[in-house]
Structure formats: C-alpha cells, structure tokens
Design a binder for this molecule. Structure first.
Ligand SMILES: Nc1ncnc2c1ncn2[C@@H]1O[C@H](COP(=O)(O)OP(=O)(O)OP(=O)(O)O)[C@@H](O)[C@H]1O
Length: 336
C-alpha cells in the first residue's frame, strides 16, 4: 500500500503498465508501458481498434486478468473515496473483493452474458449489497427499487421481480448500470456499454450515464472504438495502438489539434453528415500488427502515410503542448 504521489484531483494514475500473456517462446506482451491518468469526476475515453489493449487494461484495473496474464511492471494508483491511495498492481485477491463494487465497478458490452438467466434482476442487483453492506432484507429491497428508479426503469417496484429474458436489450443494459452503481463506486469502467444497442437507445443510455455521473459524483473510464461516442461522452481521451498509448489529450484538443497520425486516421474514418463523392470515408490502410512480431520503433509506421526511416527508432509518449501528449517523432500539429 502506498500514499504515493498523485495529485488530489486525480482518481487514477496508470504508470508504465506492462502486461504479458503466456510463458517462454509463446509469451506475448499485450500492454507496453501504458500510462494515462483520470481526474476526479471526469470521463476518460480509452479508444482504439480491436486488439489495441483496451480490455486488458480494464481487466488489470479490476484484478480480473485471466490466469495466463500477468502484470510485469508498472503502478496502478487509485484514490478511494476516503482519500487513501492504493496500488492496484500490488493488491491481493481479498483486497480486490473488497474494492470491486464500492471502489471500482465495471459494466460490460453484452448484458445477456453478464446477467444470470435463473435469478430475478432484483436478486442480482441486491447481491452486490449483500456482499458489501450490512442491511436488512427490507432495506436492501428498497435500495434496489430506488436504484432501478434512478436508471429510469418504468414500474420499478414490479420489474424488480422480472427475469433478464423478460426485458428488452435497452432495459437489460439499464439493469447492468444499476448493478454497477448500487454500491456508489468512485470509478466506473464502462466497456463498450452501448455497442450492442440501436442508436436511439444508445443515445438514451449515454444521457443516463452522464446524468448519473453528476448525481453520484463518479469518474468514468469509458472504453470504446467509436469516435462518435468519444465526442459525446469524454472530457479526456487516451488513444491506444498495439498495446501502447499513442496520444492523450482533452477531447477538444484531440479532435481539433490531433497530434498522432493514428488518431488522425481514426478521425478521418468516422462517418460525417454531408459526405460527398470527393469526401469519402478513409479507412486506415493495413491491419494492427501481431503482438508477437511488432515492427521496430513506432508500431504504427508500416500503416502511416507520414512514415520516414527515422520512425524505426524507439519513440516515447511526450508532451507536445500543455496536457497533450503524443508518441510521434514529428510534430503533426496542423498536418492532416
Ligand atoms: N487471454 C489472453 N491470452 C493471450 N492474449 C490475450 C488474451 N487476452 C487478450 N490478449 C491479447 O491482448 C491484446 C489486447 O486485447 P484486448 O482484448 O485488450 O483488445 P481491445 O482493444 O479490448 O479489443 P476489442 O475492442 O476487440 O475488445 C490482443 O492482441 C489479444 O490477442
């Protein structure tokens, strides 16, 4: 345990995190020297293509890496509501059991695979309280109904006894949010919580999350590959590529003053209203490299339109403007 140096307004500081899977010849490094921080009460979007390391980062934060995964180095400094700072990279299993719920909570993309079909939603939400709070059965039932009302499930007092299959996809996602928030976590990790939903329901769920964040005073780590959702939800953004953060900035700076060619590629691949024949979508050419055979130097160089021989040298995430860091040897400001 450590009262390590993180500023008072920081809730999470990930420092030089490296995570590997497997051993010997088959070992791969899934996260390389990942660093980012999340300020209290704000939303940080962790964004990147499939396989960039977003889920491995969140599983490491929750102490839920699979048995073949291991934190090789780094610090995960987390500030509890009471103010104490703990290093999650050194927390043991009982420590994590106490932390998951009231400290950090996670909601996943697919509610149907996270909810148990055999238990009512009331029982499943109440289970979190049973683990963490000493309440009578009546008080627990009341708290669960209040939570269902907070996530705007109509007829909460009756729906508390429903089974997951009796609810629509949007309602099930609200149940997942209720389960994630019932113990009032300081940090909510939301892993693509709206990907499986249609756009109207997605907008409602994002609205709800923003309102609950204000009401309950939480910080959110929002994992997504969708730049539209980033623009809606994030205060700050960390962009990941092949297991490393390549750019971190405030959301406006990231969109208006993009510094890394990979982020520029992600932004030019999002659909915009009014695209004409001369302004087509530009998908990023090539694919994410295999973690087993990463190119030397900048891992994005083989796909980068600006790449030069110098990009084969090691590159570090460096501050290019106040609060704006990028891992590119060039200053890409103003270059599209
Ligand atoms: N259990 C595992 N064993 C071996 N490698 C793994 C394991 N879990 C993840 N990885 C590797 O770690 C890398 C990062 O995966 P991760 O799931 O974090 O990506 P992601 O950015 O969350 O992708 P997606 O958006 O598809 O969820 C991938 O290359 C993946 O193959």
């Amino acid at each position: 345990m450590t009262q390590a140096a993180i500023s008072d307004d920081t809730i999470l500081s990930v420092r030089s995190l490296s995570v590997g899977f497997g051993r010997g010849a088959s070992a791969v490094t899934a996260l390389r020297d990942v660093s980012f921080s999340l300020a209290r009460g704000r939303t940080l979007a962790l964004v990147g293509e499939s396989g960039s390391g977003k889920s491995v980062t969140s599983l490491a934060l929750m102490g839920l890496l699979p048995p073949s995964g291991r934190i090789r180095s780094g610090e995960l400094l987390f500030r509890e509501r009471a103010g104490r700072v703990i290093d999650l990279a050194r927390l043991d299993a009982p420590g994590f059991r106490g932390l998951r719920g009231p400290g950090i909570s996670m909601i996943f993309q697919e509610p149907m695979s996270s909810l148990n079909p055999l238990f009512t939603i009331g029982d499943q939400i109440g289970e979190m309280l049973l683990l963490h709070e000493d309440l009578s059965a009546t008080a627990r039932h009341k708290r669960v109904i209040e939570m269902l009302e907070l996530v705007e499930i109509p007829g909460a007092a009756a729906r508390v006894d429903a089974y997951p299959h009796q609810l629509s996809g949007g309602m099930r996602q609200r149940v997942m949010i209720a389960m994630g928030l019932i113990c009032h976590p300081a940090l909510l990790i939301a892993d693509e919580p709206t990907t499986a939903l249609d756009v109207t329901i997605q907008a409602q769920i994002l609205d709800l999350m923003r309102r609950l964040q204000k009401d309950l005073g939480m910080s959110i780590l929002f994992i997504t590959h969708d730049m539209g959702v980033v623009a809606e939800m994030a205060d700050d953004v960390a962009v990941m590529y092949a297991g490393a953060v390549v750019e971190q900035a405030g959301v406006l700076a990231l969109f208006d003053d993009t510094r890394h060619p990979y982020t520029q590629g992600l932004l030019s691949s999002i659909p915009r209203a009014g695209l004409g024949p001369d302004n087509r979508l530009v998908p990023i050419a090539g694919t994410v490299p295999s973690l087993a055979v990463l190119p030397p130097g900048c891992t994005f160089a083989p796909r980068c339109p600006h790449s030069q021989p110098a990009c084969r040298q090691p590159v570090r995430l460096e501050e290019k403007a106040p609060g704006h860091r990028s891992a590119c040897i060039f200053d890409m400001a103003g270059v599209a």
